[in-house]
Design a protein around this ligand. Structure first.
Ligand code: C5P
Length: 286
């Protein structure tokens, strides 16, 4: 049986503005996605039994239809009327339900993977149409790029070719947060100041102007996140104090991150955080 081994990267949202709540219940966003080098690994192997089997080394990852990779394969099977089965082995490194897009990335990687494994010749447009049915963040990962602006519910992607490669420290609190509960806790009055705009952020990114980017880091979901999980506010403040830098949540949280000018500086920050018992990763744009 043919086997494919694929990398499945995480993301950060360096800028996330919520524009309004839509009639369909989703929220209209303006966000900047960064692909980072914190990756899961996915191995796909066809099976004769015609079933979808998921194996994972992480106890919190569901192995049934709740897993987005299952939904990805099911959609493809339905679309092409296939009865071929598949074994999906996920080696999990991206923290689960942390705002780092791990599940969405796994689904996008699986879509790409079965497209190759089963020689389906789906175009990117077709893959994007399936991705949207799985989740809002899946589209970004289908695009396979380092930087992109997300609009709509986060699924309307505009890629950017920008040479900047940033270092970050990412702190992952021991808590799972689900985007649905955070968006449900978001209120209209939490709209950002009208002057701010993802385009300004991208301009500074092109110039690699770190201090300007640090000033513009924002996440409009923060109030909703801390309203649902009040302990995250003091945690965020404590981390910002330890690193002496602006810190924000990624996506719907609870992962928090800061920019670091160099790998060396990121290591220094990690040491300070590890001493205080925080689970910290050093990551870079991928
Ligand atoms: O698209 P996805 O399935 O990842 O979204 C999970 C939940 O998060 C949605 O059911 C919706 O409640 C909320 N959401 C939202 N607006 C977005 C993205 C997600 O309200 N732009």
């Amino acid at each position: 049986m043919k086997t494919l081994s694929l990398r499945s990267p995480a993301k950060l949202n360096l800028f996330l503005k919520v524009l309004h709540k839509r009639k369909d219940g989703y929220h209209s966003l303006e966000t900047l996605f960064e692909r980072i080098d914190l990756c899961d690994h996915i191995q796909l192997t066809g099976n004769q039994e015609g079933v979808i089997r998921i194996f994972c080394d992480h106890p919190d990852v569901p192995l049934d239809s709740r897993n987005l990779v299952y939904r990805a394969v099911k959609l493809v099977q339905e679309e092409f009327g296939l009865t071929d089965g598949i074994d999906i082995q996920i080696t999990k490194r991206i923290p689960v339900a942390a705002g780092l897009g791990g599940g969405s990335s796994n689904a996008a990687t699986t879509l790409w993977g079965v497209n190759r494994l089963w020689s389906l010749h789906m175009t990117r447009k077709k893959l994007l149409a399936l991705a949207r049915k799985i989740g809002s963040d899946v589209s970004f990962f289908i695009h396979n790029c380092s930087w992109a602006e997300g609009r709509g519910r986060g699924d309307q992607i505009k890629r950017f070719i920008i040479p900047a490669r940033l270092w970050h420290i990412v702190v992952v609190p021991a808590l799972k947060v689900y985007s649905q509960e955070i968006f449900a806790a978001w209120h209209n009055e939490e709209l950002t100041k009208p002057g701010d705009d993802v385009k300004i952020f991208i301009r500074f990114l092109r110039k690699n102007n770190l201090s300007a980017m640090e000033r513009l880091l924002r996440n409009d979901l923060e109030r909703a996140i801390v309203r649902r999980h009040p302990q995250l506010l003091s945690l965020k403040q404590n981390i910002a104090h330890l690193v002496q830098k602006p810190v924000i949540f990624s996506g719907s949280g609870p992962a928090l991150f800061a920019l670091a000018p160099t790998r060396r500086e990121a290591h220094g920050l990690k040491e300070a955080l590890a001493k205080n018992g925080y689970q910290t990763f050093i990551v870079r744009t991928l």
